[in-house]
Design a protein around this ligand. Structure first.
Ligand code: COA
Length: 179
């Protein structure tokens, strides 16, 4: 590649897309919105690592290992996608995976401010890694894992928002809590 002396070092690395990306989140549980991002992003990278945050400030229904197992099951058909748990800083995990891209889905303008801040801080912590945003498909813009959990808890139908396996496991978990 032709050297670009006037640009930052990371602009001299060669191609970025086509390398390793991580897609971090809590995934409690993984929804069809997350799966849609993975489906569309997997052809863009050599490898996509779905990074399940083990230590989250959120009160989760599923343990980290359960979230990893469920996401792995749902995403098993994608050959270049791996699901891994991480604890601690996301950039440390990105480094451990030799990732040069952090992938994030953008659902609405309201996501933008937080995402912009997160991307900026992560770039400060790990300048060799950049954030790539994919707009969430229109049909999933209003989904979030906590809304899905709330609808399921109140007896609503979540089959439009999650894979049938997630619906089954979530229904089982919530009904065992009611007993
Ligand atoms: N489709 C459907 N839902 C989506 C979605 C999509 N494409 N993208 C995001 N969502 C939902 C998520 O399910 C989540 O729902 P919830 O709030 O009800 O749980 C919500 O939108 C917010 O998603 P996100 O911003 O990805 O939050 P998260 O909790 O899933 O992940 C981490 C946040 C884990 C990425 C972030 O906290 C982190 O990096 N933590 C590690 C510690 C660290 O490095 N901190 C320093 C940061 S500078």
């Amino acid at each position: 590649m032709r050297p670009r002396p006037h640009f930052p070092e990371r602009c001299n690395r060669g191609k970025v897309l086509g390398t390793i990306a991580i897609y971090p989140g809590t995934f409690d549980p993984i929804t069809l919105g997350h799966a849609d991002i993975v489906c569309r992003a997997s052809p863009l990278f050599d490898k996509l690592v779905v990074a399940v945050a083990g230590s989250s400030s959120k009160k989760t229904v599923f343990s980290p290992d359960e979230r990893v197992a469920l996401a792995s099951e749902i995403l098993a058909e994608f050959d270049n996608v791996e699901v891994r748990r991480f604890d601690g800083l996301m950039v440390d995990f990105a480094r451990s995976q030799s990732a040069s891209v952090v992938l994030r889905g953008l659902r609405a303008v309201t996501d933008f401010e937080y995402e912009f801040q997160l991307a900026g801080m992560n770039r400060k912590l790990m300048p060799e890694c950049d954030t790539v945003f994919l707009p969430t498909s229109e049909r999933y813009t209003y989904i979030s894992s906590s809304l899905v959990r709330e609808i399921a808890t109140l007896g609503g139908d979540i089959s439009e928002f999650v894979h049938p396996r997630i619906k089954q496991v979530l229904d089982e978990r919530l009904s065992s809590r009611k007993k």
